[in-house]
Design a protein around this ligand. Structure first.
Ligand SMILES: CC(C)(COP(=O)(O)OP(=O)(O)OC[C@H]1O[C@@H](n2cnc3c(N)ncnc32)[C@H](O)[C@@H]1OP(=O)(O)O)[C@@H](O)C(=O)NCCC(=O)NCCS
Length: 184
């Protein structure tokens, strides 16, 4: 089984929440189109097959799993051929130390001391989103070296740098997914 991942990002996505959401949806469509590798001339993916439930994990019915993240000026979407994926990008490095301190255990605080608060935050949010949790569940995500767990699932971490400067974290339920990163 060949595990494939694709991450599309856009650095010119607009600044309002609505513009960013629309950009995320375009990227999701592009990711799914790449992963389904349809033969030339096949009909494009129907945008109506996408569901965006309020505060829930978006999905493409019958299609592969994907995850969108925005942090102005960037919007990104990661999708995987198999299993689950969660993505978080942060262009604002000022993640609250206080907030993180209240949702971390001692092992996570040790990682934060060594690698930075943002490193732990990115991992927590990516795993949370892989599992479809909302911010209220973030205290249940446990981050460790190379991955995280949430609701009994184990996620494998990959760190990426987008546009040569913005840190991103991808969590996948399958190990060893090879991600292609493309700017759209
Ligand atoms: C998952 C969650 C934590 C994402 O928070 P966020 O700050 O909006 O993070 P991102 O920009 O990385 O992700 C947003 C995207 O994640 C996706 N998403 C939303 N809820 C999701 C969920 N439960 N699971 C997986 N993905 C989800 C959506 O595609 C959303 O973009 P869209 O609304 O434009 O389609 C969200 O459920 C939430 O609780 N948001 C409240 C805002 C908040 O408190 N954020 C914490 C930052 S301090």
């Amino acid at each position: 089984m060949k595990l494939r991942g694709i991450l599309y990002y856009s650095a010119t996505a607009g600044h309002t929440a609505d513009e960013q959401s629309q950009a995320g949806r375009r990227l999701a469509l592009a990711c799914i189109e790449v992963l389904r590798a349809a033969p030339a001339g096949a009909a494009p993916v129907d945008p109506a097959s996408f569901e965006f439930p309020p505060r829930g994990k978006p999905r493409c019915v019958g299609g592969p799993d994907f995850s969108i993240s925005h942090s102005a000026p960037l919007v990104a979407c990661a999708a995987v051929s198999h299993g689950e994926v969660g993505l978080d990008v942060e262009c604002d490095a000022s993640v609250g130390r206080l907030t993180l301190a209240t949702i971390c255990d001692e092992a996570e605080r040790a990682i934060a001391r060594e690698k930075g608060v943002l490193h732990v935050w990115l991992a927590k949010e990516a795993a949370l989103k892989a599992g479809g949790g909302t911010i209220e569940h973030i205290g249940a995500v446990r981050v460790f070296a190379g991955g995280a767990s949430f609701r009994g699932a184990h996620y494998h971490e990959q760190r990426l740098e987008l546009a040569g400067r913005w840190p991103a974290c991808v969590m996948t339920s399958e190990p060893g997914v090879a991600f292609e990163v493309r700017c759209l």
